[in-house]
Design a protein around this ligand. Structure first.
Ligand SMILES: [Zn+2]
Ligand SMILES: [Zn+2]
Length: 288
């Protein structure tokens, strides 16, 4: 079966790859070449749209190539998205890879908190896809990512705070149509200390978050870095009808990672492809 579009891909235009002045240059082109090589029909370059200095981190919380992004006050600082440069680069890719559908987009971090500031960097309405993303929560000392907070608090409290903010994000912003990586805090769960993540103690909190996404009329991204069968199951049970697939690739080799398994899993829960590879997959209503 043909692969669906990879709806969550980063290139050198995302600050966390090092930015357009780093050795990540050329990653957008290499990613398009990789898509053609593996038969991926379409992808969305959803570059990070974040506002500098709006969350705190310590060096150990970041990847080595990102550690220079911490300022004297302990906040994460970087050049915001260069929308003009990014859009020009996408345009070049469309000419160089006419057989590939190259779509524009952003991954907008904390849209309910900094959406208005972020929207000054790019005209969101001109993009093909806006992902809503929750990377940080505030447990009293200012916003930070779950891995930072897991060192300071009980990771279970961090998980609960993360899930509790999903409905707030959905109700607080209508500029994004897809909620990405609802399992972000799961990805950062301290398995070395606590063992593998067990979703069952948090089931009701996941369900509340998923219900809010469904009631908010948004699609849920299956972030394929990790596959959890309980996530699409609970999504469907809480009324979710649409999904996208996103590898969250920051390097070409990660493009469409785990897509065969992810699509098989979603088919099992009743989701089916749309007409075009970049369409949402839709869960057909039950009859009888
Ligand atoms: Zn993200
Ligand atoms: Zn991402």
């Amino acid at each position: 079966m043909a692969l669906p579009a990879d709806s969550h891909v980063h290139s050198e235009w995302s600050w966390d790859t090092g930015g357009p002045a780093s050795d990540a240059v050329g990653r957008m082109r290499a990613t398009c070449a990789r898509a053609v090589a593996i038969g991926l029909p379409a992808l969305f370059f959803t570059e990070h749209l974040d506002v500098p200095r709006t969350w705190r981190a310590e060096p150990q919380d970041l990847m080595p190539h990102q550690r220079g992004f911490i300022d004297d006050t302990g906040r994460v600082d970087f050049a915001p998205l260069d929308a003009a440069g990014y859009l020009e680069a996408v345009d070049r890719m469309r000419h160089e890879f006419p057989e590939l559908r190259v779509r524009t987009g952003v991954e907008l971090g904390q849209p309910h908190v900094v959406g208005e500031q972020a929207a000054r960097f790019v005209d969101l309405g001109s993009l093909d896809r806006v992902l809503g993303s929750l990377h940080t929560v505030d447990l009293g000392e200012g916003r930070a990512e779950p891995n930072t907070l897991n060192r300071e608090h009980d990771p279970a409290a961090v998980m609960s705070a993360y899930l509790a903010e999903i409905p707030v994000m959905v109700r607080g912003s209508d500029v994004f149509e897809v909620v990405t990586h609802l399992d972000y805090a799961v990805r950062l769960w301290p398995v070395d200390d606590l063992g593998p993540f067990d979703p069952r103690p948090f089931e009701e909190e996941f369900r509340v978050a998923l219900r809010a996404v469904a009631e908010g009329g948004r699609a849920l991204e299956m972030n394929t870095r990790r596959l959890w069968p309980w996530l699409p199951q609970w999504w469907a049970e809480e009324g979710g009808t649409t999904v996208t697939f996103g590898s969250d690739a920051h390097t070409p080799d990660a493009l469409a990672g785990n897509f065969p398994e992810a699509t098989a899993m979603l088919e099992h829960f009743g989701f089916r492809p749309g007409r075009d590879p970049e369409d949402f997959w839709v869960r057909l209503g039950r009859t009888g």
